[in-house]
Design a protein. Structure first.
Length: 272
């Protein structure tokens, strides 16, 4: 297995950056090899840095790290580029999880960067159950590819993409996807309330159902979701009645196609 990089600087430790940092540490990355740059660290990040001996906002990070991970908001890239630039030396592997910012965008703002990976993880990385897909430019070395696979694979499933344009689709599906599942849970609870259940019970039933179904799908990964669905659907029964609505015209599949198309379009708009 490829060794961990000797040094890594994480720029941006919000929800996603913080989740990745915790995942790396849980997987065995040395806290002394990690530097976090976050102008407004959350109490959780501040506590993590203090407890584990991580350098948080040091006055200097020289020399430039082996790996630089950018986890800032897309709208912050232009204003932050000048401060970030000294960290992106020619020998530094640059990994960006900034939605909508292409490799061309990144190299234009960080001209010293040579090996660049554009990745899209998702929030379950915080518990080691994330899904990440990435595209690398042609400069990536074998060792750098190994670093990328180990770092991004440490927080969940990892996939390489053959075309950078597919990142926007990944953003729309797995990047934003946890929010869709949370919204589904909210909607299921709202339906339960409309049927007369008290709010606390409605939410408990909705959460438990989504959690249990997801765990069943995980444990029985050899069985397709379609088969699992059919297994709990008796002809002419209550589930079939509900699915007739969900799978009818303008139903869940059509809605999800429109929703993910909107997310992909927005990711494309954010480039530049």
């Amino acid at each position: 297995m490829t060794q961990w990089p000797a040094s890594l600087a994480l720029v941006g430790a919000g929800k996603m950056g913080g989740a990745m940092a915790k995942g790396w540490l849980d997987a065995g990355f040395a806290p002394s090899s990690l530097t976090i740059l976050e102008p407004e660290p959350s109490p959780e990040i501040a506590a993590l840095a203090a407890e584990r001996g991580i350098a948080l906002n040091p006055k200097t990070t020289a020399p430039p790290p082996d790996v630089l991970v950018l986890a800032i908001k897309p709208q912050s890239l232009d204003s932050a580029a000048t401060a970030i630039a000294p960290l992106a030396a020619p020998h530094t592997l640059l990994i960006s999880i900034i939605a909508g910012k292409t490799i061309a965008n990144l190299t234009a703002r960080l001209p010293e960067a040579r090996s660049v990976v554009r990745a899209m993880p998702n929030l379950p990385a915080a518990i080691g159950r994330g899904v990440t897909a990435a595209f690398a430019n042609a400069s990536l070395t074998g060792d750098e590819r190994g670093w990328c696979e180990r770092l991004l694979g440490a927080v969940g499933a990892f996939h390489w993409l053959e075309d950078e344009s597919l990142i926007d689709a990944v953003t729309a599906i797995s990047g934003s996807g946890p929010a869709y599942v949370f919204a589904l849970t909210e909607a299921l609870a709202a339906g339960a309330e409309r049927l007369g259940l008290k709010p606390e019970l409605a939410m408990s039933l909705a959460r438990g159902t989504v959690e249990g179904a997801a765990e069943l799908m995980r444990r029985d990964s050899a069985t397709s979701p379609a088969t699992l669905r059919r297994n709990v659907t008796s002809p002419g029964g209550t589930t079939a009645a509900a699915l007739a609505v969900l799978q009818g015209p303008g139903g869940l599949e059509d809605l999800m196609i429109r929703a993910t198309a909107a997310a992909r379009a927005r990711a494309a708009e954010m480039a530049g």
